[in-house]
Design a protein around this ligand. Structure first.
Ligand code: DX5
Ligand code: ZN
Length: 230
């Protein structure tokens, strides 16, 4: 029997204390996070505003693992280089954020970064078919982007399953983002997800001063996810 595939947990700092990002990133890293997911919003592509490349650059030294930058901004192309320079490891864009998404993905690869494409709940798999060979990560949004703490959209589980079949043997990670909890993680992992973004479910009950709750939450999500693989 082969070993189960690794499951990566990526806390979203959208649910962290915005006045204490450095300590929050160190805390989730110490408590078992694999990646840190950084949600960049422009108040235009999505109805909320967060932060830009300067904040990402300031966070970088506090993130031990992969810095996973989710760009919910349009147009996105002019910001790829600034976010690459800020130290992102993965840059994820939305197909709606630029009319020439193939070029955006080429640019990310040229900048030496892993390229991600995020699919909104209303966006079909046809958005990835023509660019599969330019992708390292496909992010299936299980909420409409813009806010943390929303309810998981169950219809997206089937999209994850179809995506897993479409990817075949390509080395592309499937990430899921939005409403991931101990209850929903097994559903997406059974369907084929590799990377679980979780904001509220990781940061609930703790703080950078009391990070044990983060460790407990990360371990609980990971255990529920791995149980779906056996
Ligand atoms: C939504 C963001 C998600 C979200 C995850 O626009 O992309 O990363 O913050 O937060 P939870 O886990 O609270 O749904
Ligand atoms: Zn996100």
């Amino acid at each position: 029997m082969s070993a189960p595939r690794p499951i990566l947990i990526a806390p979203s700092i959208l649910a962290a204390d915005f006045a204490n990002f450095g300590a929050e990133c160190r805390a989730v890293g110490d408590q078992g996070a694999d990646w840190v997911h950084v949600d960049v919003m422009d108040g235009h592509f999505v109805p909320n505003i967060t932060f830009g490349p300067a904040t990402c650059a300031a966070l970088r030294p506090h993130i031990r693992g992969v810095m996973d930058v989710h760009l919910m901004i349009a147009p996105v192309d002019g910001f790829l280089e600034p976010f690459a320079r800020a130290g992102a490891d993965v840059l994820t864009v939305h197909p709606e954020a630029n009319p020439h998404i193939h070029r955006s993905l080429q640019t990310i690869r040229t900048l030496g970064k892993k390229a991600g494409l995020a699919l909104n709940p209303g966006t079909g798999l046809d958005a990835v078919e023509q660019v599969l060979d330019l992708l390292d990560v496909i992010c299936v949004m299980t909420v409409n982007p813009g806010f943390g703490g929303q309810s998981f959209i169950a219809s997206q589980v089937d999209k994850v399953r179809k995506l897993r079949a479409l990817i075949g043997a390509r080395p592309i990670l499937i990430e899921v983002d939005g409403g991931i909890t101990v209850e929903t993680a097994p559903l997406v992992v059974a369907a084929g997800a590799d990377v679980l973004v979780a904001g509220s479910a990781v940061f609930k009950g703790g703080s950078a001063d009391r990070p044990q709750a983060y460790g407990h939450n990360i371990a609980a999500i990971r255990a529920a996810a791995l149980a779906a693989l056996v």
